[in-house]
Design a protein around this ligand. Structure first.
Ligand code: NAP
Length: 348
């Protein structure tokens, strides 16, 4: 039985300018091997990483920190592994809350083996019958994002009209399904015909369009919402937001979850229609999912019965091998992923 192993890692080469590229990350074998036992008295938990979550905010953390980005999170450090949420198996533990063989989810470095802060990981209840990869998405921070951004910020009511951008992605597919469960009329936009078909045929959206093929976003929204939009779940920003503002109803709500079209631009889009926020008394609020950690138990109470009853579907795009992680991560920024992008690092 081996007592030490090598540790493959994904390292940030240097701060990124413009759009993140696969070559901004490199795969290395760490110079230190990993001892498969933790030191007694260390309080450490050693895990083997099974799944890693790819999230757009990780691209922001690859850039040099600025006062704006530091308000969200610290940047990654050049020369060190990048990090994100993952699902892992406990190999050895000096913390009473975790035992060898437990499955956990939480923040880990992008590597094969990690020593984690026990306060930063959650034990997975294996009696909940879902794939472990779901803890990078529907049952993790992504799920909480969709839940908090939709319910806490938008206070949806039955019969309201809801528009979701990046609707086939990790967060968007859940927001659309939550809105349907609430009895709303839901339309999603996505960047290909295949994704729009997924929204209509698998995820139960009432309507969908491929924004890349619409010559005029305002017309597309008017076609889908002749009486206007009550709730917009914002994932993309830029010209989509500008067109949405023209189509919002009075007292509409906009949950600003993300603005992926703007993160890496040298010059960001200047919007024309912001005064509509005043004219229509729109509530527009940005948020970070971790601000809602106290709602996690309430979120699970809401979501677990629907999963059990088969009323929520979760589409994942799983790529095998840590060495394919960089390509999968940067693929988020040109819409390569269909559903939640996950990397499988090792077999369960
Ligand atoms: N506030 C928070 O706490 C929080 C938490 C999680 C995520 N977010 C944000 O939520 C949004 C969705 O995240 P996710 O994890 O669900 O990612 P995702 O939707 O699974 O993946 C990103 C998607 O964004 C779309 N996209 C990329 N570039 C675009 C562009 N220039 N214009 C329009 N769409 C573009 C692509 O879909 P298409 O093919 O449809 O274009 C891509 O597949 C992101 O903006 C992210 O930053 C925020």
């Amino acid at each position: 039985m081996e007592t030490t192993v090598s540790n493959k890692q994904v390292i940030l080469r240097d701060y990124v300018k413009g759009f993140p590229k696969e070559s901004d990350l490199m795969i290395v074998i760490a110079s230190d091997t990993v001892e498969l036992k933790v030191k007694p008295g260390s309080g450490a938990v050693l895990v083997k990483n099974l799944y890693l979550s790819c999230d757009p905010y990780m691209g922001i953390l690859m850039r040099e920190p600025s006062p704006s980005t530091l308000a969200l999170m610290d940047s990654f450090v050049p020369g060190k592994p990048i990090a994100g949420t993952g699902v892992s198996k406990v190999i050895d533990s000096d913390d009473l809350a975790f035992a060898k063989g437990d499955f956990v989810w939480g923040m880990v470095d992008w590597e094969e083996y990690s020593t984690v802060n026990p306060a930063g990981v959650f034990k997975i209840d294996v009696n909940i019958n879902v794939p472990l990869s779901n803890y990078t998405g529907i049952l993790g921070m992504t799920g909480l994002t969709a839940y908090a951004g939709f319910f806490e910020i938008c206070s949806p009511k039955k019969g309201e009209t809801v528009f979701v951008s990046a609707a086939s992605g990790a967060v968007g597919q859940l927001v659309g399904q939550f809105a349907k469960l609430m009895g709303c009329y839901v339309v999603g936009s996505a960047g290909s015909k295949q994704k729009a078909d997924l929204l209509l045929n698998k995820l139960g959206f009432d309507d969908a369009f491929n924004y890349k093929e619409e010559p005029d976003l305002d017309s597309a929204l008017k076609r889908c919402f002749p009486k206007g939009i009550d709730i917009y779940f914002e994932n993309v920003g830029g010209e989509m937001l500008d067109a949405v503002l023209l189509n919002m109803k009075t007292y509409g709500r906009i949950s600003v979850c993300g603005m992926i079209s703007q993160y890496f631009l040298e010059t960001r889009d200047r919007l024309q229609n912001l005064p509509d926020i005043i004219f229509k008394r729109i509530k527009m609020e940005g948020f970070a999912c971790y601000d809602f950690m106290d709602k996690f138990p309430k979120f699970l109470e809401f979501v677990l019965p629907y999963i059990k009853e088969g009323k929520l579907i979760y589409v994942e795009d799983i790529v095998e091998g840590l060495e394919n992680g960089p390509r999968a991560l940067v693929g988020l920024f040109n819409g390569q992923n269909i559903g939640k992008q996950v990397i499988q690092v090792a077999r369960e």
